[in-house]
Write a protein that binds this ligand. Structure first.
Ligand code: SF4
Length: 300
């Protein structure tokens, strides 16, 4: 259950060493641009079999100093979590033991668990790609609306849970309107978000196909930018570097204007101009509220 985070051999990944933990397999949010679907397929979230028993077994050997990221390729707060409460049960196990947890989600349901998150070594990063409700519905059909995600973030901040936002991915011709990006970052700053990480859309054959079907009017442009002018890096088509910088600049500039920490993800842009935070993924936001009782692996 608990595995070492694997950035799929991407040399541009700047993530710190961490564990990955997914209570569900598949993902009901079904974002068009999802990078994980070539592994998890496009299917609804299903609770993993005997998840809690297997997790308890894995924790016996786990090092509590290493952050646990939930989750990188299957949202921990899909609609199914309301019924199964598997993520909540996981937090009830991890947090009192002093494990360090980073929640990565689009699920506004995360604010339900503010009681647990605010007492443990936990931080939340929420993905918001746009404030445009109809565009979000098209891009992330089954995920909560941006409005709901902002409401959830506000609640978490009020409870003292550290939060960051992934403005990710920025997709050319889709959510790259500079004015909208400025408005998004301004909204996030106004509710107490202190950290933003951003990146451009990296195309894979399956997600590019979904994007072109959903946005036929820009299909040819996306093909040209990615498949003709772009570069294939370890399983992804990257946009040309100058275009990536152009797309990311409004996010970074807005973050700087509002005195937020900022980072880029898998862009190879690590100078201060593009990266001014202690981690790219938000693990640095995790507070130390509970000292783990368990000996660390290195002490054994
Ligand atoms: S929430 Fe994440 S894992 Fe789920 S479909 Fe969207 S991008 Fe994929």
């Amino acid at each position: 259950m608990l595995t070492v985070f694997d950035p799929w051999n991407n040399p541009l990944c700047t993530c710190p060493f961490k564990y990955s933990l997914h209570p569900y397999t598949g993902c009901s949010h079904q974002c068009l641009y999802c990078y994980a679907t070539s592994y998890i397929k496009v299917r609804k979230s299903i609770p993993k079999k005997n998840f809690i028993q297997r997790l308890l077994r894995d924790l016996e050997r786990a090092d509590p100093r290493i952050p646990i990221s939930m989750s990188n390729s299957s949202d921990p707060y899909p609609p199914e979590e309301k019924e199964y409460m598997l993520t909540r049960k996981t937090l009830e196990i991890l947090l009192p033991r002093g494990f360090r947890v980073l929640i990565v989600t689009k699920g506004s349901l995360v604010s339900r668990d503010k009681d647990l998150l605010s007492k443990g070594n936990a931080a939340v990063t929420m993905t918001i790609t746009t404030l445009d409700e109809s565009l979000a519905k098209k891009l992330e059909p089954n995920a909560p609306s941006p409005h709901d995600r902002i409401r959830a973030l506000r609640e978490l901040v009020e409870y003292g849970v550290p939060v960051g936002v992934r403005v990710d991915p920025i997709i050319p011709y889709v959510n790259d309107d500079e004015e909208m990006i400025r408005e998004l970052v301004e909204t996030l700053a106004s509710i107490g978000v202190g950290f933003i990480v951003t990146s451009t859309y990296k195309a894979r054959p399956d997600n590019l196909k979904r994007m072109k079907e959903a946005f036929p009017e820009i299909a040819a442009k996306l093909d040209k930018l990615y498949r003709v002018e772009g570069t294939w890096i370890r399983g992804y088509w990257y946009l040309p570097l100058e275009l990536r910088k152009k797309l990311l600049k409004p996010v970074i500039e807005a973050a700087r204007r509002h005195k937020l920490e900022y980072a880029t993800c898998r862009e190879g842009l690590t100078s201060k101009e593009w990266f001014n935070a202690r981690s790219c993924d938000g693990t640095h936001l995790i507070p130390l509220r509970i000292i783990p009782k368990k000996k660390t692996l290195l002490d054994l």
